[in-house]
Design a protein around this ligand. Structure first.
Ligand SMILES: Cc1cc2nc3c(=O)[nH]c(=O)nc-3n(C[C@H](O)[C@H](O)[C@H](O)COP(=O)(O)OP(=O)(O)OC[C@H]3O[C@@H](n4cnc5c(N)ncnc54)[C@H](O)[C@@H]3O)c2cc1C
Length: 285
C-alpha cells in the first residue's frame, strides 16, 4: 500500500486517476482507518489531503461560506461567523464522535463514507450545501444530496474527490437546526435524525424551508412535502402536524435491534417538528 500526501488538488487527482488499483482519500481517517484496520478494505493507494492549502480553512465569501474538505469538525465549531449563520450545520458536525474524533473528522469524510445515519448530512442537505468536486475532467459543483448513491456508495467518478463544501449566504430572518435520536447520551449512531432550515417573512410567516431526514432510508431524504406543509404558516400546531405526517410518509427505514420501522418513522416526524421549532426560534419567530 502506497501513502501519498500531495500539496495540490491537481496532484491528488493525478495520483487517484493513475492509481493501478483502488485509491482512497484520507481526510480525518476516523472511518477509513477503522475500515482499514478491520480488514474491510485494502487500498493500493492512500491520498492524504491534509497538506492541500485549497482544502484548508473556512472562508466567508459574498455567496456564503466555503469549507475546505480537510477542515475538522472541531474547527467548524470554533468559527463564530459560521456558527451564527448556520448553527444547525455546525451542531450536526459537532455531534460526531468525541473530542478526539472531532479534532480529526470532517464533514466531507462524513458525507463520502455514505452512511445513511451520517450526522452532518441531513443538516447540509437542509442548508442547500453543495460539494465542489474535482476530477480528471475538471471541476463541477453538485448538491450534497447527489453525492451519496446508496449505503457506502458515492456518485463520485474515478479520480474524483471533493475539494470543498459551500453553504449559501444568509439574508433576512433565517434559522436552521439538527436533531438526532440515539439510545445513549453521546457517542452513538443516529437511529433517526432531522435537519430543518427556514426563512421567515413579515409577521413570522415561513417563506422558504427545506427538511431532510437521516437514517430512515438508504440515503438521506429531502422531503419537499414537509417544507410545503410549513411554508405560508407561522408554524402553528396544524402546520407542525402536517410537517410530521409528510416526514413519516417519506420514511423507508430498516428494521433492526436499534429501532423498528414504526419507531424510526414516528420519531423522524417528532424530531422534524422539534427541529422546525428550534429553527423558527433561531430565525426570530
Ligand atoms: C468513535 C467514533 C465515533 C463516531 N461517531 C459518529 C457520530 O456520532 N456520527 C457520525 O455521523 N459519524 C460518527 N463516526 C464516523 C466518522 O467519525 C465520521 O463519519 C467522520 O465525519 C468521517 O470523517 P473523516 O474526515 O474522519 O473521514 P475519513 O475516514 O478520512 O474518510 C471517510 C471516507 O470518505 C472518503 N473521503 C474523505 N474525504 C474525501 C474527499 N475530500 N473526497 C472524496 N472522498 C473523501 C474516504 O476515502 C473514506 O472512504 C464515528 C467514528 C468513530 C471512530
Amino acid at each position: 500500500m502506497r501513502y501519498e500526501a500531495p500539496t495540490s488538488t491537481k496532484d491528488a487527482v493525478g495520483l487517484l486517476s493513475k492509481a493501478k488499483g483502488k485509491g482512497q482519500v484520507l481526510a480525518g481517517g476516523s472511518d477509513l482507518l477503522v475500515r482499514l484496520k478491520g480488514g474491510f478494505i485494502e487500498p493500493d493507494l492512500i491520498v492524504d489531503i491534509k497538506r492541500i492549502p485549497a482544502m484548508q480553512g473556512v472562508t466567508k465569501t459574498a455567496s456564503g461560506f466555503k469549507i475546505g474538505a480537510a477542515v475538522s469538525c472541531a474547527q467548524l465549531g470554533e468559527n463564530a461567523a459560521l456558527k451564527k449563520a448556520w448553527p444547525g450545520v455546525v451542531e450536526a458536525a459537532n455531534l460526531i464522535g468525541s473530542d478526539q474524533i472531532q479534532s480529526r473528522c470532517t464533514v466531507v469524510g462524513n458525507l463520502c463514507n455514505a452512511s445513511p445515519a451520517a450526522d452532518s448530512v441531513p443538516a447540509m442537505v437542509a442548508a442547500k450545501a453543495k460539494a465542489v468536486v474535482v476530477g480528471p475532467k475538471g471541476k463541477r459543483t453538485i448538491p450534497v444530496e447527489n453525492v451519496v448513491a446508496g449505503p457506502g456508495k458515492t456518485a463520485l467518478k474515478a479520480g474524483e474527490l471533493i475539494e470543498s463544501i459551500t453553504l449559501p449566504a444568509r439574508k433576512g430572518k433565517t434559522g436552521d437546526a439538527y436533531l438526532r435520536f440515539i439510545p445513549r447520551t453521546e457517542m452513538d449512531i443516529a437511529v433517526c435524525s432531522a435537519g430543518v432550515n427556514l426563512t421567515l417573512g413579515r409577521g413570522g410567516v415561513v417563506t422558504d424551508a427545506r427538511v431532510a431526514l437521516g437514517a430512515v432510508a438508504p440515503t438521506v431524504v429531502l422531503v419537499p412535502a414537509a417544507a410545503k406543509a410549513i411554508i405560508g404558516t407561522k408554524l402553528d400546531d396544524v402546520a407542525l402536524a402536517a410537517l410530521a405526517a409528510a416526514c413519516e410518509a417519506a420514511c423507508n427505514p430498516i428494521d433492526d435491534k436499534r429501532g423498528t420501522v414504526e419507531f424510526r418513522t414516528e420519531v423522524a416526524g417528532v424530531l422534524a417538528k422539534r427541529a422546525a421549532k428550534i429553527a423558527y426560534q433561531r430565525a426570530g419567530g
